[in-house]
Ligand binder design. Structure first.
Ligand SMILES: [Zn+2]
Length: 358
């Protein structure tokens, strides 16, 4: 396709341009993004801080963007899709390892996969692109036409809770009544991903706290109220309770260790956020004592499979029917593709900024 408007960067050195590109691409489905979300990964690429990003073969640039909701523009017969259908494309595309061959490229075992908009595959921040049915997640609920852009970040959350259920099986992790009532979850970070993790912890029944090291604006406190979350600014007061589920979206070693030292017996700590440039922090002998003596499980989790996208869509439908305005308020601004300064600016009110394409 020639002369398509797209947001591009040069990986891994950075920079952002909105311009017309020519890309060799074909497929049975032509898609048009409605919205594409901007996340920390995109900002890291734009500023040249994401060392592992790379351009597709034969290109000296990569089209950015991995969070999207799209409409089908045209579909070959036999694809099962029709013009106007809402879809979310899967970000990771498989390589040849056993996990990739089984549809679990989120757990790729040799690194030979590609991620749209990040590693070797053009992303979704463009007027139109081609794809195949296998990697499209259908959204039947037309009420998700806008908040469906949260499917991609939420699918990471769905996978993490599957990891939590899997690793918690070595002991009784629930309360005596079989639920998570009275169990405490901490989510570190108040970005969109942090909120989605906290909303899911609350959905599971955890007594859920979302934390940051500074106060937050009123819009975030309203979302906490709507979804039964407690916000804590941990720079101003110590937290003396112990935690059963710790989820870190900061990627900051000192922050993670600080909360790891509050982990309860048989608790689970999930590392999700990454920040390769964060300052080092010291793991002590007593930290290891704590992890061992309390049977603490620490696990990393990245990406998710198509099944998790599908479950994420179900959660979005449910949350949208219960509290549409609070869910929609996670999307704090809708901007034009030409506003490339979005990739480098810091706005304390922003939770999820999206680019509006149609
Ligand atoms: Zn693989």
């Amino acid at each position: 396709m020639t002369g398509v408007n797209a947001i591009t960067t040069k990986a891994p050195s950075g920079g952002v341009e909105y311009r017309k590109v020519d890309i060799e691409e074909s497929g049975p489905l032509e898609l048009s993004p409605i919205y594409t979300g901007i996340c920390g990964t995109d900002k890291g690429m734009a500023t040249g801080r994401l060392d592992f990003a790379y351009n597709p073969d034969g290109q000296d640039f990569i089209v950015m963007g991995h969070e999207s909701i799209c409409t089908v523009k045209s579909a070959d017969s036999g694809t099962g899709f029709h013009p106007g259908d809402l879809v979310v494309p899967v970000v990771r595309r498989p390589g040849g390892c056993i996990n990739c061959l089984a549809g679990r490229q989120d757990n790729c075992s040799d690194g030979d996969k590609h991620e749209a908009g990040i590693t070797g595959k053009n992303g979704f921040m463009r007027e139109t692109f081609y794809d195949v049915p296998e990697y499209l997640v259908r959204i039947k609920d037309s009420a998700l036409r806008e908040v469906g852009v949260l499917t991609e970040p939420l699918k990471n959350v769905v996978k993490v809770f599957e990891v939590v259920e899997t690793v918690s099986r070595r002991s009784i992790y629930t309360s005596r009544d079989s639920t998570y009532s009275g169990k405490k979850a901490y989510v570190v970070g108040t970005g969109a991903e942090g909120f989605l993790f906290a909303m899911m912890a609350s959905e599971y029944g955890f007594d859920t706290r979302i934390l940051n090291r500074h106060p937050v604006e009123e819009n975030r406190l309203k979302i906490c109220d709507a979804f039964g979350l407690t916000f804590t600014d941990y720079s101003t007061g110590s937290i003396d309770e112990s935690v059963d589920l710790l989820i870190d979206t900061s990627g900051d070693p000192g922050t993670f260790l600080n909360f790891m030292r509050k982990m309860n017996y048989n608790s689970i700590g999930i590392m999700f956020g990454t920040n390769g440039k964060a300052p080092a922090a010291e793991l002590t002998g007593s930290d290891i004592d704590r992890i061992v003596e309390r049977n603490i499980t620490l696990a990393g989790s990245v990406d998710a499979a198509k099944i998790h996208y599908e479950k994420a869509v179900s959660y979005l439908s449910r949350w949208n029917s219960v509290n549409a305005s609070a869910l929609a308020s996670l999307i704090t601004s809708k901007r034009d593709p030409s506003e490339t300064s979005l990739f480098t600016e810091r706005d304390p009110n922003s939770i999820k900024t999206v680019i509006k394409w149609t």
